[in-house]
Structure formats: structure tokens, C-alpha cells
Ligand binder design. Structure first.
Ligand SMILES: CC(C)(COP(=O)(O)OP(=O)(O)OC[C@H]1O[C@@H](n2cnc3c(N)ncnc32)[C@H](O)[C@@H]1OP(=O)(O)O)[C@@H](O)C(=O)NCCC(=O)NCCS
Length: 371
């Protein structure tokens, strides 16, 4: 029996949603290279994933309207966030709050294509409202009602900050969200597909995905990157930090990838955004430190920066609390998760791999007093 530990190199399904080519450093969303996709808005890419093509103007307006119609979440969900124990990890809070949505979504147990699409749109919309409320409550502020005139990204920032942001800020977040929407059979997407392959409901599947994304080997790495940069503190501390981490065989968050053996094509865009934001706010320190770390990691381990590395310094320069970076990742990835759930259900086969048992056999029962 061959054990495929970590499922390295195992192909479990076909997908039309995204292609990750680790040798060439390619990421394709439904036929479009990520460099082309980076020119689109979040709502356009959302349409592409849910409906299979880039929208015309009326089609986009229609999806935009549908997303906005779901923006408000039930007050019970917001009040749960407000009453949660102070200091609860934001992704843990997000996981529970999204789980509560099953009580409020239309036809949540209905896995017909129409109901799935409507619930996907609702989840994509409402995860942003919940994420913003988590940010508000973490900073001891009351949640803010959504603004139905704003785009998804601008409204998320409005609900988080309690005031409208300028177009440069919202455009940066919009593009960052687009870059995080999907990425093949990553751990959280695979989790969602495994869960829904039992024919359970869409909310159960995305809740599993949120739990998976939370881990530091996956989406949790972006928060860990900023914590590390803050701990390093100054440019001159970067090299000693890396040397110590290498000597202790510690992993540096934001580097390495299971699939990419070359540059992560999303990192190029985020690196440019990080530099531009450093210059915009008159503080390129975090970008410069990041560049130095990147060069050292290449020299010492031939490891490249991944998507989580430069998103950290970009968000930091934008004034976003590092504790919330993974939550923002989830806001974007909800599009990928729900699209994969719909794809899985369209041609489902229960995911049920096997394991090789390596424990003992033939043991005999003995009474408790004789053990
Ligand atoms: C993402 C990740 C889990 C993929 O790793 P993987 O395919 O399982 O690769 P491995 O963990 O087996 O690592 C292979 C080698 O590279 C090293 N390596 C991988 N990522 C590393 C990192 N971030 N820092 C230092 N060394 C790293 C391992 O120590 C190992 O070295 P060795 O052969 O000398 O023991 C891994 O790169 C990692 O933990 N990165 C940090 C977390 C992160 O940024 N996650 C977000 C991914 S988008």
C-alpha cells in the first residue's frame, strides 16, 4: 500500500475553477491568467466563478444588487459577536458566526443549483459584514450597518472603520481580495469539498473551510508574517532573526509552498502593492524589511515568498489590524469555497480515502482489574 502523506501530488477531482501550475508559477482563474484577473473588480470575478464567464454590464449590475440585498446579517448574529469572550481568536469567532447563518439563509438544506447559487451569494456578502463586525467589536466599537451604495471592498472597509475610505484604499483591498479568491485544491477548499461530498449543506462545508484556513500553515500565515515583522522590529535585526530561525529549524511564515516550486504569481502583485503603500504612507520600513527577508530566504533555502508574505505589509500600511488578516482572506476565499461546493455537488462522489493500519492486531480482552 502506498501512503500519500499530505496527499502530495494526488489528483482527486477535475475542476474548471482554477489551475495552479507549481513548476511555471502559473495561476489561472477559469481560463484567465492571474495578471489579467488582477484588472477585474471583486464583483466581476465573483460572477466569473459563479456563472462561468466575465459579466456584461447588466449581468454585473444584477449580481451586485443580489450581493447587496444580502448584506445585512441578523442582529442575533451581531449580538453573538458582541457577547463572545473578549480575546477570542477572530477566525474562531468568524467560524461560529458563519455557522449561525444556517438559521437565517433561505433554503439552506436545499442543494438544487438555484438554491446553492443564492446561498453562495448570501454567504459571500454576509461573511464581509460579519468580518467587519468582528473587527469593530475587537476594537470595542459597535458594528456599523452596511452601506448599500458601496462596492463589496469599500463597504467592508466602511463597516470596519465607521467611515468611508478613499478610492485608493478600497481599490487596494478589492485587488487583494481578487488575488485570494481561489487556488486549486488548497486545504480549506478541499475541506469544503470533502464535507459537502456527504450531501450535507453549504454552510457546514464553508464552516469547515474557515476552520482549515485558520491554521498557520494555511491562511493564518498572513497574521504570523506581520507578528514576525513587528517582533524583528528593525532592518538590521532581519539577518540575525533568520539565522536563528534557521539554526532552530523554525519555519518562517510567508515562505514556501506545497505546489509552487517557483515564484507565487500572486506575490508579485502584492509586493508591488506593499511598496506603493509604504511610499504612500511615508514608511517603507516594513516593505524594506520584507524585501531583505525575501532575499535571505532565497539565498539560504531557495524558498520564495507566498501570497501571505507581502499581503501582511500591505494591510499593515493600510492601517488594518494584523489580527484580522486571515479573516480578510476568508472574505475573499468564500467565493472559491462556494464555487467549489457547487462544482462538487454537480458531479458528486463521496470523498472517502483509505488508511494503512499500522497498529497491533490479535489482542485479547482482559478484565479491568487484571490490566
Ligand atoms: C506551506 C508549507 C506548509 C508547505 O510546505 P511543504 O510542502 O509541506 O514543505 P515542507 O514543510 O516539507 O518543507 C520542505 C523543506 O523546506 C523547508 N521549509 C518550507 N517552508 C519553510 C519556511 N517557511 N521556512 C523555513 N523553511 C521552510 C522545510 O523546513 C524543509 O526543509 P528540509 O528539507 O531541510 O527539512 C511550508 O512551506 C510552510 O510551513 N510555510 C510557512 C507557512 C506559510 O507561509 N503558509 C502559507 C502557505 S500559502
Amino acid at each position: 500500500m502506498i501512503v500519500a502523506k499530505g496527499l502530495d501530488g494526488i489528483v482527486v477531482e477535475k475542476t474548471v475553477l482554477s489551475r495552479v501550475d507549481g513548476q511555471q508559477g502559473l495561476l489561472i482563474y477559469r481560463g484567465y491568467h492571474i495578471d489579467e484577473i488582477a484588472k477585474c473588480t471583486f464583483e466581476e470575478v465573483c460572477y466569473l466563478f459563479l456563472f462561468g464567464k466575465l459579466p456584461t454590464a447588466p449581468e454585473l449590475a444584477n449580481l451586485d444588487q443580489r450581493l447587496k440585498s444580502h448584506r445585512r446579517v441578523d442582529p442575533q448574529v451581531l449580538s453573538f459577536i458582541q457577547q463572545a469572550p473578549a480575546g477570542e481568536e477572530p477566525m474562531a469567532l468568524l467560524r461560529t458566526a458563519v455557522s449561525m447563518l444556517s438559521g437565517y439563509l433561505p433554503r439552506v438544506e436545499d442543494n438544487s443549483p438555484d438554491a446553492l447559487t443564492e446561498n453562495a451569494i448570501a454567504l459571500i456578502s454576509q461573511v464581509a459584514t460579519i468580518a467587519a463586525a468582528i473587527s469593530r467589536v475587537k476594537h470595542k466599537q459597535a458594528p456599523v450597518d452596511p452601506d448599500l451604495t458601496l462596492s463589496h471592498a469599500a463597504n467592508y472597509l466602511f463597516m470596519s472603520r465607521g467611515e468611508r475610505v478613499n478610492d485608493v484604499v478600497s481599490k487596494t483591498l478589492d485587488t487583494a481580495l481578487v488575488l485570494h479568491i481561489d487556488h486549486g485544491f488548497n486545504a480549506s477548499t478541499f475541506s469544503a469539498r470533502v464535507v459537502v461530498s456527504t450531501l450535507t449543506d453549504i454552510v457546514s462545508a464553508v464552516v469547515a473551510a474557515i476552520g482549515s484556513l485558520k491554521g498557520p500553515l494555511h491562511g493564518g500565515a498572513n497574521t504570523a508574517v506581520m507578528q514576525m515583522l513587528l517582533e524583528i522590529g528593525e532592518l538590521e535585526n532581519v539577518e540575525p532573526y533568520v539565522n536563528e530561525a534557521m539554526a532552530a529549524k523554525q519555519k518562517i511564515p510567508g515562505f514556501g509552498h506545497r505546489v509552487y516550486k517557483t515564484f507565487d504569481p500572486r506575490a508579485k502583485h502584492l509586493k508591488a502593492m506593499s511598496e506603493a503603500w509604504g511610499k504612500r504612507v511615508g514608511n517603507v520600513k516594513w516593505f524594506t524589511m520584507s524585501e531583505k527577508l525575501e532575499a535571505l530566504m532565497w539565498d539560504k533555502k531557495q524558498l520564495n515568498a507566498n501570497v501571505d508574505f507581502y499581503s501582511a505589509s500591505t494591510y499593515y500600511a493600510m492601517g488594518i489590524d494584523p489580527a484580522l488578516y486571515t479573516v480578510i482572506f476568508a472574505v475573499a476565499r468564500m467565493v472559491g469555497w462556494t464555487s467549489h461546493i457547487i462544482e462538487q455537488l454537480a458531479d458528486n462522489r463521496l470523498m472517502r480515502p483509505e488508511s494503512e493500519y499500522v497498529g497491533p492486531e490479535g489482542l485479547k480482552w482482559v478484565g479491568i482489574t487484571d490490566r
